[in-house]
Design a protein around this ligand. Structure first.
Ligand code: ZN
Length: 448
């Protein structure tokens, strides 16, 4: 049976917590029931219709109609037969499908733009990363280039007969999710940037046929047209945490901290299965705390900011002279870090010393997080992830020396398996969550 790695984001966002009583019409009841069936299959795995009825409390005849609708819409598929009790007749299981339903995450970071498209099964349909000097370009130019990247992905998905339900823009710094505004991102020099509005304008220029329609196309008439995808904005560390939470939650982890390894360093926090955003969305901005003495002035104008001692600039500075090719910003950071990893494996003394310094500098910040949040799992992303257990073992030792709780409070420290794609992947998952909230809209364009 296929392992279900599809999105499990709803519980992280807490979208389903109790709210005021809402009067339901027939359509909203259908939408809620379709969503309940889909979420059950996502969270608990494939099962036969009779079990879906038992598990949701919906009448069996209703479930038969709902499943038929989801099958028509391509969001579920029939799989292996399952016997209904010891004497029951075998019935086909139903599981999440949505191979042609996509979410896109696109990340703007200091030295690259990255994009990842996931389908509802959790399969990567598309992955792109291009070096880009974001602090030097103005935000408009950066967002126009981002729009071109997204437009090319939307076209590629469409060319394969797929459709995209949403696009999430990931940026560093403090973001206002509701307003679509990047409040302050020191590393890329953005302050008060209306990022989503600009991305939407850029996409309208790139894909006028997609955005000029005022209603969904009639089934079969304009097969190349689909409803406009929703646009979202979220902080890169929080999206990295969501991306890591999906596999971690499958093994029972509910408390997780994701540490970005970029030019800047921030954390995404999931506590008790909920993403911690804070009152204004700033939770996790640990990079500018004075945790380790530093001789480098930070991009925020202050000294002793933690990220000047653990960020990518620090690693490269410790590991190589300025003329060394690993400093070349026109080269994808993944290649530059692979070169440093090669040197570490070849026991190059300067590289190993640089990694030791990074591990030692990570200690105070991660110990602080371990003491305050007591996570079960700390995932080191970005450049930290390139050095595997070599770095994490030393980090774990540095943290263990400082944390007051026995055995570090039970916190495991591991490298991310997602590399520089973590934020974009989290963005794609967030975009796909719309399918579980409103399956009817996700099935538009299929004539459903
Ligand atoms: Zn700073």
């Amino acid at each position: 049976m296929r392992v279900n790695r599809s999105a499990r984001v709803a519980d992280v966002q807490g979208l389903a917590i109790a709210g005021p009583v809402v009067r339901r019409d027939r359509l909203s009841a259908r939408r809620a029931n379709l969503g309940a069936v889909l979420r059950l299959l996502r969270d608990e795995g494939p099962r036969a219709r009779t079990r879906i009825a038992d598990d949701t409390g919906l009448p069996r005849t209703t479930v038969v109609h709902l499943v038929a609708e989801l099958l028509d819409g391509g969001l579920v598929a029939e799989g292996e037969p399952e016997r209904d009790g010891a004497l029951g007749r075998p019935a086909l299981t139903v599981g999440i499908d949505g191979a042609d339903v996509h979410g896109i995450g696109v990340e703007v970071n200091v030295d690259y733009l990255g994009l990842l498209a996931l389908n509802l099964r959790g399969e990567v349909a598309l992955e792109r990363r291009t070096p880009f000097d974001v602090p030097r370009a103005d935000p408009k130019a950066t967002l126009d280039e981002t729009a071109r990247l997204v437009a090319a992905a939307l076209r590629a998905v469409r060319a394969r007969g797929g459709r995209t339900v949403g696009v999430t823009l990931a940026t560093p710094g403090a973001v206002d999710v509701a307003a679509g505004v990047v409040g302050y991102a020191a590393n890329i020099g953005w302050r008060g940037v209306r990022a989503l509005a600009r991305l939407r304008e850029g996409l309208a220029g790139e894909l006028p046929e997609l955005f000029l329609q005022d209603r969904p196309p009639e089934p079969g008439m304009y097969p190349e047209l689909y409803p406009e995808p929703d646009l979202y904005l979220e902080n890169d560390a929080k999206l990295g945490a969501l991306a890591e939470y999906v596999p971690a939650s499958a093994r029972g982890v509910r408390d997780l901290v994701y540490v970005t390894g970029q030019t800047g360093v921030g954390v995404g926090i999931i506590a008790g299965g909920r993403l911690v955003r804070g009152a204004a969305g700033h939770a996790g901005e640990i990079g500018h705390l004075p945790l380790v003495p530093s001789d480098q002035r930070c991009c925020c104008g202050r000294r002793d900011c933690w990220e000047t001692t653990v960020g990518r600039g620090a690693l490269l500075r410790y590991a190589a002279d300025p003329a060394d090719a690993v400093h070349d910003p026109s080269v994808d950071p993944a290649y530059r870090l692979a070169e440093l990893r090669r040197r570490a494996r070849a026991a190059d003394a300067r590289t190993l010393d640089a990694l030791d310094r990074i591990a030692a500098n990570l200690g105070p910040g991660l110990a602080l997080l371990a003491d305050v949040l007591n996570p079960r799992l700390m995932v080191l992303g970005g450049h930290f992830a390139y050095f595997g257990r070599y770095l994490t073992d030393k980090v774990a030792a540095a943290v263990g020396e400082r944390v007051i709780a026995p055995r570090g409070g039970g916190c495991e420290i591991v490298p991310s398996g997602l590399g520089f794609a973590a934020a974009a992947r989290g963005g794609a998952l967030l975009a796909l969550d719309a399918v579980y909230r409103d399956p009817i809209r996700a099935m538009a364009g299929r004539g459903v």
